[in-house]
Design a protein around this ligand. Structure first.
Ligand code: NAD
Ligand code: LMR
Length: 341
């Protein structure tokens, strides 16, 4: 009798145990991928971290696995090429059962390059990896970091549409680094308010490249900016990536701050999956403007983006940047869609 009720309780406990939360990092051996995978390994929200790259992931995974946290880590490489081509067993293993896939795979900028100069290399990388996501984890939320984000997100959407598994709520371009930069630079500028960057939350809209990045400084509560400061801050946020590319002098672009931002975004998506109310800026399919993809604050829920929120009134200064931005953003989106056709 006693053992029967224990068995029944055990069975109930088993049946209510939540499914393990699995995150894959594609491009996990890279400058962003390694610290991002580390942050995922340290997270109490994540049960399994699947590292996938074309090189190096067995080493990355072995290294991470010595961190004393419960999350399981796997290192996955593509299968050796065969004829006839068989499926990529490494990608399949990394993606099967995934809840969130974060994609920082691809080449970074060198000084003098725009993000669009990465298109020819990164477009195909993202296309192939997203095909894998459509095949092995069609219900996962995809967080695209690979540049040019303004074009790689539309590419991902077209790939998933062709496969019949596109869900606009589950495809995001990660623009969190723009928000991190805006919060950091604004807090430093408003020193008299004694602000910590952690207490600032600037809405950054548009896209993720140069003038397509538009911080809405007019909406920062209690902050006041001189005209010169507003201009300097706006341009610094728009071209924050170039600041890092220049300082790294040929050794790549932002990796550590991006890993932090990529983890913040991933954590937000997972918290929302687990029932918390989360609002974060993301570059998503959108009907807020006449650009089919646009970054704005989004409410996240258990199934990804629950609502694309309006971004509120623009000051005259912001409106002039908005007008300059739209043709550029729309052209970069069209380029991505055209590539995937
Ligand atoms: P990196 O060169 O250090 O790492 C990229 C990794 O991708 C490498 O390990 C490489 O082996 C891997 N890779 C290449 N092709 C692959 C494929 N087909 N499958 C799996 N992995 C593959 O570069 P990084 O500094 O980590 O930057 C990666 C990307 O992120 C760049 O495109 C960069 O522009 C972009 N980025 C975006 C943001 C953002 O805010 N969205 C910020 C920083 C960097
Ligand atoms: C960034 O904003 O740091 C990234 O998009 C990388 C880059 O090329 O600037």
């Amino acid at each position: 009798m006693l053992s029967q009720s224990l068995a029944a309780r055990g069975a109930r406990a088993l049946s209510t145990k939540a499914k393990p939360l699995k995150v894959a990092v594609l491009g996990a051996s890279g400058g962003i991928g390694q610290p991002l995978a580390l942050l995922c390994k340290l997270s109490p929200l994540i049960d399994e971290v699947a590292c996938y790259d074309v090189v190096g992931t067995p080493g990355v995974a072995a290294d991470l696995s010595h961190c004393p946290t419960p999350a399981k880590v796997t290192g996955n490489l593509p299968a050796a090429e065969t004829w006839p081509p068989s499926e990529n067993v490494g990608l399949k293993a990394a993606l099967t059962g995934c809840d969130v896939v974060v994609i920082p795979a691809g080449v970074p900028r060198k000084p003098g390059m725009t993000r669009d100069d990465l298109f020819n290399t990164n477009a195909s990388i993202v296309k192939t990896l997203v095909e894998g996501c459509g095949k092995y984890c069609p219900d996962a939320t995809l967080a695209i970091i690979s540049n040019p984000v303004n074009s790689t997100v539309p590419i991902a959407a077209e790939v998933l549409k062709k496969m019949g598994v596109y869900n606009p709520k589950k495809l995001c371009g990660v623009t969190t680094l723009d928000v991190c930069r805006a919060n950091t630079f604004v807090a430093a500028n408003q020193e008299r308010l004694g602000l910590s960057p952690k207490d600032v939350n600037v809405t950054v809209i548009g896209g993720h490249a140069g003038i397509t990045i538009l911080p809405l400084l007019s909406q920062v509560p209690n902050a006041t900016f001189s005209d010169a400061d507003r201009e300097a801050l706006t341009v610094r946020i728009q071209f924050g990536g170039d600041e890092v590319v220049k300082a790294k002098a040929g050794a790549g672009s932002a990796t550590l701050s991006m890993a932090y931002a990529g983890y913040l975004f991933t954590e937000g998506v997972i918290k929302a999956m687990k029932g918390e109310d989360i609002t974060m800026c993301a570059y998503v399919e959108s009907s807020l403007t006449d650009a089919p993809y646009f970054a704005s604050p989004c409410k996240f829920g258990p199934d990804g983006v629950k609502e694309v929120l309006p971004f509120g009134p623009l000051s005259a200064y912001e409106q002039s940047w908005f007008d300059k931005m739209m043709p550029e953003l729309k052209a970069q989106i069209a380029k991505g869609i055209e590539f995937a056709k």
